[in-house]
Design a protein around this ligand. Structure first.
Ligand SMILES: Cc1cc2nc3c(=O)[nH]c(=O)nc-3n(C[C@H](O)[C@H](O)[C@H](O)COP(=O)(O)OP(=O)(O)OC[C@H]3O[C@@H](n4cnc5c(N)ncnc54)[C@H](O)[C@@H]3O)c2cc1C
Length: 308
């Protein structure tokens, strides 16, 4: 089921047609407060009351024209201004391909630099998502280049990739901000662990390596981008065992609509928690990847049809 859904996520024919179906539009609301930034900011106000910060992603990837990248950059600059005006603890998280990475790396660099500068005015971090493995090396290298100029840049790394332990060691000297996730794409066995057990084991080992580096004096900001409470608990136990305060050791980052009660509970218990809110009309590939993470969600979509 996961493989089929990941194939569907990358299928252009479906991408053009599924978003027009009423039941798909209704089902996506579970993971997205709305298609525009106003809906995302309104949702953030509720999270702020519960002591939960926010991250924003305007959905879209693999653009075909540079003018689209210019529009995306202008949009995110405006979002940062709105976050500031609303007094929210908000940060943005984007895919480099949204900024034209496939078309013009220098233009992507200019856009990312402008966004990093604007984010710095809010004391915030500009987060870079990690895409499929065709982009991994290029994205890590881009991160190194951008981080040399702007200190407030974060990067997502995936525990299913065998290379990630080396990437963390490569980046630690830069005092990085790293969001660790399991990984959302279909990757071959030659480069990625396939079983949940191996991906989870890798996840804990990588998080522990970052926390140990932090304990050793590295200024690494650790984001745990997972809904896996069992792993979070294991990592929290390790942080406590080496004497790191739970609030400073790491930040838990979860997606809008997933385990929201747990997000609130963790915030109440004194952990730093951030909710990533996605919005935008180009939600199809992102949404189908969410279904692939938990195929039981497909039943939720089917229920929308039955309950009409
Ligand atoms: C803040 C954030 C940013 C991310 N950024 C990236 C990125 O840049 N690149 C990338 O490749 N991936 C990214 N991901 C996705 C990530 O790689 C995983 O695919 C996703 O988080 C599901 O894995 P999990 O760690 O929650 O663990 P899993 O083992 O998949 O899930 C653990 C438990 O969480 C719950 N759960 C998980 N997913 C869902 C869901 N969709 N619906 C309902 N319940 C669910 C279930 O109860 C499940 O048993 C991001 C995830 C988060 C939270």
């Amino acid at each position: 089921m996961r493989r089929i859904l990941l194939w569907m996520a990358s299928n252009a024919w479906l991408r053009d047609r599924v978003p027009r179906l009423w039941f798909a539009r209704r089902a996506v609301r579970r993971f997205m407060p709305g298609e525009d930034i106003e809906a995302a900011l309104a949702a953030a106000t509720t999270f702020e009351k519960d002591g939960i910060g926010t991250l924003y992603t305007h959905l879209g990837e693999n653009l075909t024209a540079l003018t689209e990248a210019d529009e995306v950059a202008a949009h995110y600059l405006d979002v940062l201004d709105r976050i500031k005006a609303a007094g929210l603890r908000g940060e943005i998280s984007l895919k480099l391909t949204q900024l034209g990475f496939d078309l013009d790396v220098e233009r992507t660099f200019e856009h990312a630099s402008a966004l990093a500068e604007r984010a710095a005015e809010l004391d915030g971090t500009l987060w870079i998502d990690m895409e499929g493995s065709a982009y991994t090396e290029r994205t890590v290298a881009f991160y190194e280049r951008l981080k040399a100029v702007h200190p407030n840049i974060g990067l997502c790394l995936q525990s299913y990739l065998r290379r990630t332990a080396a990437d963390i060691q490569r980046l630690l000297p830069l005092d990085p901000a790293i969001r660790l996730v399991k990984g959302a794409y279909a990757e071959p066995e030659a480069i990625a662990w396939q079983s949940k057990h191996d991906v989870d084991t890798s996840y804990v080992a990588l998080a522990v390596a970052m926390l140990d580096a932090k304990k050793g004096g590295r200024a690494v900001r650790v984001g745990l981008g997972t809904h896996d409470l069992r792993l979070i608990e294991q990592i929290a136990n390790h942080a406590a065992a080496i004497g790191l305060d739970r609030r400073d050791a790491f930040e838990i980052q979860m997606l809008y609509g997933i385990r929201v009660d747990e997000q609130r509970r963790l915030a109440r218990e004194g952990y730093a928690v951030r909710d990533l809110i996605s919005y935008g009309e180009h939600w199809y590939p992102w949404y189908v990847r969410r279904l692939a993470e938990r195929p039981a969600n497909v039943i939720f979509v089917l229920r929308q049809i039955v309950s009409r």
